[in-house]
Design a protein around this ligand. Structure first.
Ligand code: PLP
Length: 472
């Protein structure tokens, strides 16, 4: 494809994306296809001869679009949003256009230095302590790619050859990690991958707000030490997946520090909200953390994938991951004056993801981001009030920010049927969780283009469908 053809075809595809967003509410939010339907519509063999972009785009419209769940629809309320925005899409396009692989500083200094600058901006914007900035002892890095896939494959192979038993005990014997019963499953997965073993993972119980109980953490650590085990890692969550519960960051941090444990804070979903100073009380005590992360790909209008991860002491990270084969030796690395981000994570190769984040922050400005976060929180409060006023529904837990957890009073089966039938209608998409052994419905309010009317209409649909179901 020549640059001239790219120019012509590219403009058509930009138009296609703009049209998609203009019409996004006409699609059923949750894809309605059956398993295998998309695959069977595609040829079993690749084309021998070149096909035109018009033909490819026709297949996008006819064969791919029916299998799309429209995450960017303002009627998408499921899981946590994985939102995007036009500036983010354009930043990602520039990244694709440049095709930079920024594994080390020398392979594209701008990819490294823009990332360092943007992560320092974000640390400042979200009220993080100085120690997390690159200008101090720490620093941030954007995470993730194919090495994770390879690692996952290696672990899966190990599990298969050991009949899925090697993780029952773990290979590190007496190291113990602590999370809560509400911590995201990725932590348990990480513990398995790292070979610590599920047997050495403690799930600390939570209080009535689903936040970790620090006194139980302390008790468990003491008991483990008495039994000759070595506590080494504690994770607190700021915004749990089920309910956006917020663990007591400072108290857990003080215990972690006293017990010499690495203290990680997972703020995947809610970290973005810290751009608003009024929400920073949720992360008070963050200066006790060794590492902290959140997902701009959830609530900061930046398309997947984009996780930001900071450490207070970058040398610990670099000592863990640094490896320097001859073929990557270069003057800049040897000078010690540059960051080589391949030493800050699992994989070697890395995309230029800082660009999309840079586009987003510059497009919205801090004030624009604050506006949207506050607006989502305001609308969530409205929904909370509607739930509270309803005679048929109950609010399950007082919301912290933009996730509303509720249930119909008619019990689990009714709630599941209600949710499934609404989702099947394609009008909105929302999901559930289980708390205290009861089904709970969740509405997450974080989509880029969402307005109050979308939430109002969603709530009316839920109420009306429930009323109809109750009479049958
Ligand atoms: N932590 C929390 C609290 C989450 O809610 C999620 C996902 O929803 C994750 C971690 C995992 O996020 P990712 O998809 O970026 O791995």
């Amino acid at each position: 494809m020549s640059p001239e053809e790219f120019r012509t075809e590219g403009k058509k595809i930009i138009d296609w994306i703009a049209d998609y967003y203009e019409n996004i509410e006409k699609y059923p939010v949750l894809s309605q296809v059956k398993p295998g339907e998309i695959k069977s519509s595609l040829p079993e063999t690749p084309p021998e001869r070149s096909e035109s972009l018009d033909e490819i785009m026709q297949d996008i419209d006819e064969k791919i679009m029916p299998g799309i769940t429209h995450w960017q629809s303002p009627n998408f309320f499921a899981y946590f949003n994985s939102n995007t925005s036009f500036p983010s899409i354009l930043g990602d396009l520039v990244s694709s256009g440049l095709g930079v692989q920024g594994m080390i500083w020398a392979t594209s200094p701008a990819a490294t230095e823009l990332e360092t600058r943007v992560l320092d901006w974000l640390a400042e914007m979200t009220g993080m302590p100085e120690s997390f900035k690159s200008t101090s002892t720490g620093g941030g890095v954007i995470q993730d790619t194919a090495s994770t896939a390879a690692l996952t494959a290696i672990i899966a192979a190990r599990e298969r050859v050991t009949n899925f038993k090697s993780n029952e005990k773990g290979i590190s014997g007496n190291l113990v990690a602590y999370i809560s019963t509400q911590t995201h499953s990725s932590l348990e997965k990480g513990i398995k991958i790292a070979g610590i073993g599920k047997a050495n993972l403690r799930l600390i119980d939570v209080d009535e707000k689903f936040a970790m109980r620090p006194e139980l953490l302390e008790k468990q650590i003491k008991e483990d030490k008495k039994n000759g085990l070595i506590p080494f890692f504690v994770c607190a969550t700021v915004g749990s997946t089920s309910t956006t519960a917020i663990d007591p960051v400072r108290e857990i941090g003080e215990i972690s520090q006293k017990e010499n444990c690495w203290y990680h804070i997972d703020a995947a979903a809610l970290g973005t909200a810290m751009v608003c100073p009024e929400f920073r009380h949720y992360i008070q005590g963050i200066e006790l953390a060794d590492s902290y992360s959140f997902n701009p790909h959830k609530w900061m209008f930046t398309n997947f994938d984009c996780n930001v991860f900071w450490v207070a002491n970058r040398q610990e990270l670099i000592n863990t991951f640094s490896i320097l084969p001859e073929y990557l030796r270069n003057k800049a690395t040897e000078s010690g004056e540059v960051f080589d981000y391949r030493d800050w994570h699992i994989q070697l190769g890395r995309r230029f993801r800082a660009l999309k984040l840079w586009f987003v922050i510059r497009h919205y400005g801090v004030e624009g981001l604050q506006y949207h976060i506050r607006e989502h929180v305001r609308i969530a409060k409205e929904l909370k009030n509607w739930v509270k006023e309803s005679p048929d529904f109950e609010l399950v837990v007082e919301p912290h920010m933009n996730l509303i957890c509720f249930r119909h009073k008619n019990g689990d089966d009714f709630n599941m049927k209600l949710m499934n039938s609404i989702n099947e209608s394609g009008k909105i998409f929302f999901t559930h969780t289980k708390l205290n052994n009861k089904i709970v419905l969740r509405i997450n309010i974080g989509q880029t283009n969402l307005k109050e009317k979308h939430v109002k209409e969603a709530w009316m649909l839920i109420v009306k469908t429930a009323a109809k179901m109750a009479t049958i």
